[in-house]
Design a protein around this ligand. Structure first.
Ligand code: PHE
Length: 346
């Protein structure tokens, strides 16, 4: 019997099988209930005990080899025959529809990229803030009318009538992050703080109660207004294009002195006057100024040694100008017809 098993083993291993029909005949001949291997197991019962152990081992090996050959041929024949029948390998593949970034994310990333090239780092802070970081340290006096410039969402107020540094609120600008940076770092400081801000405004095409800002801060010895102008000039060129001109108008913020607002030459008409710029040739884009000495002192920075500039802009506004979007609400509606129009390199 051992001889028979040996012969069968080499017969099975050298057997060539190319089609599914041949495979089926193989199965019937060797592996089925009435096949050769089963009949050998029948025979095995009657062999003398002296050779039972070895014969049993060989027989099991034979069965495993035969079964393994069957299994691997079965899967390879299946796939190769199916490939031949059902798949046209010359057909072009399906194209993937890839998602796109939200325009706010695109512009935020671009702004971060532009400023990081001139050494600004990104800093972030909490959206739920206290009055101290949003107003008091930024030189808003308790009864200062400037506090009315921003309608604030309060979470908890210590007194119903008066604002208090301990009041908890949703930040109305990311200048609060810059206060935190000034408190924790020593000059030179070069940082931008992108983030979500909240103001209690009725939602319309031009206003929303949630929007995004990037504010910048630069503090060192001998920082001047011309550094501010040159930095913003570089920024406007990078984000809006080399032809963009800028101008500064005097303005007021409690935390900067002097303060200014920066306009861009209209991106549509180039300054000649059109509907978008309301025939002025200019578009408002950001607020800026030299950091008020009171702010530096409130954050324990020596205002006789150090000076600095700050600026802040709405990302929605910058994206509106860049892409000529005319309604703020589009940013929040998640309409794919709007969103899929934006493609970004970063
Ligand atoms: N914090 C101001 C705002 O929210 C923007 C600003 C920042 C203006 C820094 C001047 C300097 O409108």
């Amino acid at each position: 019997m051992l001889d028979k098993i040996k012969k069968l083993h080499s017969e099975i291993t050298s057997l060539k099988i190319n089609t599914r029909q041949e495979l089926e005949s193989y199965r019937l001949k060797y592996l089925s209930k009435k096949g050769i291997i089963s009949s050998l197991f029948e025979e095995f019962r009657n062999i003398p005990n002296t050779i039972k152990k070895e014969t049993g081992q060989r027989l099991n090996e034979l069965k495993q080899t035969a079964q393994a050959k069957f299994d691997s041929l079965k899967s390879s024949l299946n796939t190769s025959e199916e490939t031949r029948r059902d798949v046209d390998t010359t057909k072009p593949s399906y194209s993937f529809v890839s998602g796109s970034r939200h325009p706010i994310s695109i512009v935020r990333r671009e702004i971060i990229d532009i400023f990081s090239r001139i050494g600004f780092i990104v800093s972030e802070g909490p959206e739920i803030e206290d009055d101290d970081h949003v107003f008091t340290k930024l030189n808003f006096a308790p009864e200062h009318p400037a506090r009315d410039m921003q309608d604030t969402f309060y979470i908890s107020r210590i007194s119903a009538e008066d604002s208090n540094p301990g009041d908890i609120l949703l930040r109305t600008h990311t200048s609060s992050v810059q206060v935190r940076v000034m408190q924790s770092m020593k000059p030179p400081i070069r940082t931008i703080s992108p983030g979500r801000v909240f103001r209690n405004e009725a939602i319309s095409a031009r206003a929303h109660c949630i929007f995004h800002q990037v504010e910048g801060l630069y503090i060192d010895e001998n920082v001047s207004f011309s550094d501010l102008k040159q930095t913003l000039y570089y920024f406007a060129h990078e984000l809006f294009g080399k032809e963009t001109r800028i101008r500064f108008r005097p303005s007021y913020f409690p935390f900067t002195e002097p303060s200014a607002e920066m306009d861009l030459s209209c991106l549509i008409c180039g300054g000649k006057g059109c509907k978008v710029c309301k025939n002025t040739g200019w578009l408002e884009v950001l607020g800026c100024g030299m950091v008020h000495p009171n702010v530096l002192e409130a954050c324990s920075i020596d205002s006789r040694k150090y000076t600095g500039f700050a600026f802040g802009m709405g990302i929605e506004r910058a994206a509106m100008l860049k892409y000529q979007i005319n309604d703020l609400r589009l940013y929040f509606e998640n309409d794919l017809r709007f969103l899929s129009q934006f493609k970004s390199a970063i």
